[in-house]
Ligand binder design. Structure first.
Ligand SMILES: Nc1ncnc2c1ncn2[C@@H]1O[C@H](COP(=O)(O)OP(=O)(O)O)[C@@H](O)[C@H]1O
Ligand SMILES: [Mg+2]
Length: 263
């Protein structure tokens, strides 16, 4: 899949090049460009309706870009389906968690796991032993992800019985099953209690130190400032400001967009 002739593979992990997205006649994302370095933790802020979630959808593949290109590790993803992007190591979570409500937490993680047999029923039937071995490995992997996220105690609890914050952790767990290189988190702290926010932040920092790059959408600039070394602020589909967190927070246009209250 990877294009061996590409020159940008070594520099950027992700390059978003003049990406636009339209809903009907409305341009929700308007020619947005930025780059993400390997192991970077980038924050994207912006008021409601700025186009942040739509930009994530364009990067992860749920929404087709009407213009522009998305390059991940040297591969042009623009025409690929979300699962193909996930296989290359680019995954996202959703602003509203999309857990399988009647499945347990452990089963939810297994539902997010890739099928290395290529989803072929025939292979699964003739090679039962290999399949059972694979299922055992995935189950153990899910348990180690649950352990890491402090969710082992709710392993067998149906997802519908979890708190909002726990559901966000399960979302993170599901994408971790895919062994990603880059995770896009859409408002992971919204509606989460302060204790779980601290836990989730620690997990993000640990995973980032282990080499996973993150882009974090968060409405609250101060919360983002604690985690990200670089911020992008979006407004009405475009990038309003970007750079180190303090300079972005001090930016006059950002102050106006947030109506003077960036806290
Ligand atoms: N599925 C959709 N159909 C039509 N308009 C949409 C859709 N999703 C989002 N929008 C509009 O696109 C704009 C950007 O939305 P969104 O990307 O969700 O912003 P943000 O995540 O920054 O709050 C908003 O004006 C929103 O109303
Ligand atoms: Mg959003």
């Amino acid at each position: 899949m990877k294009n061996p002739t590409s020159t940008c593979a070594s520099e950027h992990l992700l390059a978003v090049e003049k990406v636009s997205c339209v809903y009907g006649g409305f341009k929700a994302v308007d020619s947005v460009s930025f780059e993400l370095q390997p192991r970077e933790l980038l924050g994207i802020a912006g008021t409601n309706g700025a186009g942040k979630s739509t930009l994530f959808a364009a990067i992860a593949g749920q929404q087709r870009a009407s213009a522009g290109k998305i390059i991940f590790d040297g591969t042009d993803l623009t025409a690929l389906e979300p699962y193909q992007r996930a296989r290359l190591g680019l995954v996202r979570t959703f602003q509203i968690p999309r857990e399988f409500k009647s499945l347990t937490v452990h089963e939810n993680l297994l539902a997010g796991a890739p099928n290395k047999e290529g989803e072929q029923l025939f292979a699964a039937l003739v090679n039962t032993q290999a399949r059972q071995q694979r299922e055992r490995e995935l189950s153990e992997k899910a348990d180690s992800v649950l352990e890491f996220l402090n969710l082992a105690k709710v392993r067998n609890v149906p997802a519908l019985n979890l708190s909002g914050g726990q559901k966000k952790l399960v979302e993170l767990g599901r994408v971790l099953m895919l062994e990603p290189r880059c995770i896009l988190l859409d408002e992971p702290f919204a509606g989460v209690n302060p204790v779980l926010i601290d836990q989730l932040s620690e997990h993000i920092v640990t995973l980032n130190q282990q080499g996973i790059a993150f882009i974090l959408i968060e409405h609250h600039l101060q919360a983002l400032k604690r985690l990200a070394k670089r911020l992008i602020v979006m407004d009405r589909g475009s990038i309003l400001a970007q750079g180190d967190p303090q300079s972005v927070l001090d930016n006059a246009q950002v102050q106006v967009a947030y109506m003077g209250g960036v806290a």
